[in-house]
Design a protein around this ligand. Sequence first.
Ligand SMILES: N[C@@H](CCC(=O)N[C@@H](CS)C(=O)NCC(=O)O)C(=O)O
Length: 79
Amino acid sequence: MVLKLYMFETCPYCRRVIAYIKESGRTDVEFHDIRKSEADRLYLNMVGGKEQVPCLFIDERPLYESSDIIEWLKAHPQT
Ligand SMILES: N[C@@H](CCC(=O)N[C@@H](CS)C(=O)NCC(=O)O)C(=O)O
């Protein structure tokens, strides 16, 4: 399963998700900063459908909302 988190550093909702990922010790999430990469920003808009972060792509399927992302990560621990 490919997990990609679209985010930017000063976004408080992103920081919450990133803090959870770090605390839980998981290493299977790629970070994509939309303020640093125009390609990532465009991907989020085109595939996700809106420019809202955080967005976790789960095998190319977008999941928005920090609380939902954290709940999903809790329910699907790294194997
Ligand atoms: N309820 C959302 C809020 C996310 C949010 O407001 N993110 C801001 C950046 S800090 C954003 O992307 N705003 C642009 C937009 O919503 O279109 C969550 O918890 O993830």
